[in-house]
Design a protein. Structure first.
Length: 318
């Protein structure tokens, strides 16, 4: 595994969440010993990306000066590689300026991106929902794979984590990160036992003090469980997992979404604005039954670390 991913407090990467992830959350994640991340597109307007990376870099440098015995973990920036992202070139130039240590790529793989990141000493991790896309990403130069299994928040896959990890590990010995309903330390250990190097944890961080999420969203995470997650492609054209309550609050029947379409979601019959994915229709993975209250990110990572240690102790004692 690349040195940059070694030495973490626990083997966890915090997933980049659209709108929700911000510098405050990333800094808290990194200084607590796990990889923090955010989507480049969260910095709006585009000029803010430079400011965000400056803030994160300065904060982590200051932490390392003050805590030489507990250095911060590296951070990652998520880039949407699809050609529809008109900020791609700008955002990559900013990432190059700050020599972003880890770039997470989504919705496509590009040789030129991987080469660019490697040129400044960074690594790339590409998220995929099946083995076929994993092979394409590695062929184009990705250093590692994020296997997005069933139950993950946002745009999720359909396959069991065991099936997905098994197929990718059959041919790939590089960094492999598992995503999908991982919300406690025992699940982190299970991901590693199944063949992953690290676990990808996202939805639980929505219910943290630092997250850029409305109070209603955070409370919905606390109040919900796996049965409250709806898997649909209605809102973005790509299948994803969303909170049932947010769909209901938008005046829709979660069990009848197949009758709708993307165009009908944009405006009501009177021309008024309707619910929008991510802003009003809230993404979430199936693991949120483990979330019982809003915590600081540091407190939640402490809990993960304690649970991870306890799970390892149980295994060793059995």
């Amino acid at each position: 595994m690349p040195p940059i991913l070694q030495g973490l407090r626990i083997p966890v990467i915090a997933s980049p969440m659209f709108i929700v992830s911000n510098p405050k959350l990333v800094i808290a994640q990194c200084t607590s010993g796990i990889v923090g991340s955010f989507p480049a597109l969260n910095a709006r307007p585009a000029e803010f990306l430079d400011e965000w990376l400056h803030e994160i870099t300065e904060a982590l440098s200051a932490w390392n000066r003050d805590h030489p015995d507990r250095p911060a973990a590296p951070y990652a920036v998520n880039q949407i590689v699809h050609r529809s992202n008109d900020r791609f070139e700008h955002d990559m130039e900013v990432c190059a300026k700050w020599k972003v240590p880890i770039v997470i790529t989504s919705l496509g793989a590009r040789v030129e991106l991987n080469e660019a990141v490697h040129s400044w000493g960074g690594i790339t991790l590409h998220d995929v929902i099946d083995d076929r896309f994993a092979r394409k990403a590695v062929d184009k130069g990705a250093d590692g794979i994020i296997a997005v299994a069933a139950g993950a928040g946002g745009h999720a896959g359909r396959w069991s984590p065991f099936a997905l990890i098994q197929e990718i590990r059959a041919w790939f010995d590089g960094p492999l990160i598992l995503s999908g309903a991982i919300a406690n330390g025992g699940s982190v250990l299970a991901a590693v036992a199944a063949g992953a190097d690290l676990a990808y944890v996202g939805s639980s961080f929505i219910a943290t003090e630092e997250a850029n999420a409305p109070d209603g969203y955070k409370q919905a995470i606390i109040d919900s469980g796996a049965a409250d997650i709806v898997y649909t492609d209605l809102f973005t054209g790509v299948h994803g997992n969303y909170l049932r309550s947010s769909i209901e609050n938008a005046g829709l029947d979660p069990d009848q979404l197949a009758a709708g379409n993307l165009d009908s979601m944009k405006f009501g019959s009177d021309g008024s604005a309707r619910a929008k994915a991510w802003r009003d229709i809230w993404g979430s993975g199936q693991g949120i039954g483990a979330v019982d209250r809003v915590r600081s990110a540091a407190e939640y990572i402490d809990l993960l670390a304690d649970q991870y240690a306890a799970a390892k102790a149980r295994i060793c004692a059995s």
